[in-house]
Design a binder for this molecule. Structure first.
Ligand SMILES: Nc1ncnc2c1ncn2[C@@H]1O[C@H](COP(=O)(O)OP(=O)(O)OP(=O)(O)O)[C@@H](O)[C@H]1O
Ligand SMILES: [Mg+2]
Length: 286
């Protein structure tokens, strides 16, 4: 099985002394859909930013991050090949990162700029075939009818779907999504997660998605990686992740992670303890 992501010996101290990532070793195989969970401040965004090559690991310690066998960074130094590596990595952010005043179609075509001559990308000159590709991607995410609207006029859920369409036209083999549903209502969240799951299934893209909601992580992602204070404290099949295990791993912080999955009016000590998979099946995401 091909390796989509390999992380070895990753440590990160920020300038203020914060040890944000501790001895991370991870391998993700091509075509996996993995959830990254953990309380606020546990290091989810920092880890994804390292994988994207936006932040460097501690210098002077041995570490390696590779995507599809190509080096992103080694021993705290970004690879000179980083642009080529990034061309195959799609990013989806909580705040969508679209250009608000540009039409949706144009925003999606931005995903093609790495394949274009520089002058065309600079002038934003797109040919008919590129427009067709972008329209096809918008159709896949269900918002083709919005293609001519300015991005700022779309709902949050539609903007996030446009951001995913951008990764589709990019032909991203690996999609990194940092809390893509944190700003969305439940119905939009469900649609966005279903689209991510569909591109994982249909295109065999590797999807790594950080989420606050354990129930959603379990529902959509066969594998869960849980971080606690910068350390991987669980890495395994989501079906084996129980509320009891999460309480063991997170102690008093467990409620922050479990909160969305808790049935209303059920005090934690009397809450039932089925596997999270069972909870996820019962939990209305929509
Ligand atoms: N540039 C920075 N300088 C100093 N500390 C930082 C920096 N970026 C992140 N941190 C710290 O690193 C830790 C991990 O932060 P990170 O944003 O990765 O957490 P997170 O799991 O994504 O949290 P959230 O769920 O709130 O998004 C936090 O303690 C944060 O304050
Ligand atoms: Mg974060």
């Amino acid at each position: 099985m091909e390796t989509a992501l390999r992380i070895k010996g990753l440590n990160k101290h920020f300038a203020n002394g914060k040890h944000a990532l501790r001895d991370i070793d991870l391998t993700v195989r091509r075509g996996e859909m993995v959830a990254l969970i953990g309380a606020s401040g546990s290091g989810k965004s920092t880890l994804l930013r390292h994988v994207a090559g936006l932040v460097t690991a501690d210098a002077g310690s041995e570490s390696l991050i590779e995507i599809d066998g190509r080096c992103v960074q080694r021993n705290g130094r970004i690879s000179s090949d980083i642009r080529a590596v990034r061309a195959h990595v799609g990013f989806v952010f909580q705040q969508f990162n679209l250009v608000a005043r540009l039409p949706v179609l144009m925003n999606v075509m931005v995903g093609l700029v790495h394949r274009m001559p520089w002058w065309r990308s600079l002038l934003r000159v797109f040919v008919a075939q590129e427009r067709a590709l972008a329209l096809e991607a918008l159709t896949r995410v269900g918002i083709a009818d919005c293609h001519a609207q300015r991005a700022s006029t779309l709902s949050g859920g539609q903007q996030q779907r446009a951001a995913i369409a951008r990764t589709l036209v990019q032909g991203a083999k690996v999609v990194l999504a940092d809390e893509p549903i944190a700003s969305l209502d439940p119905e939009s969240s469900r649609k966005v997660m279903e689209i991510l799951a569909r591109i994982n299934r249909e295109d065999r893209s590797t999807v790594i998605v950080s989420l606050h909601q354990v129930d959603i992580a379990v529902k959509y992602c066969p594998r869960v990686i849980a971080l606690h204070q910068g350390k991987v404290v669980f890495d395994g099949p989501s079906a084996t992740l129980t509320p009891a295990l999460l309480r063991d791993l997170y102690g008093v912080q467990a409620d922050e992670i479990l909160a969305p999955a808790m049935a209303p009016n059920v005090p934690p000590q009397t809450a039932p303890q089925p596997a999270m998979a069972g909870w996820a099946a019962q939990t209305q995401v929509a």
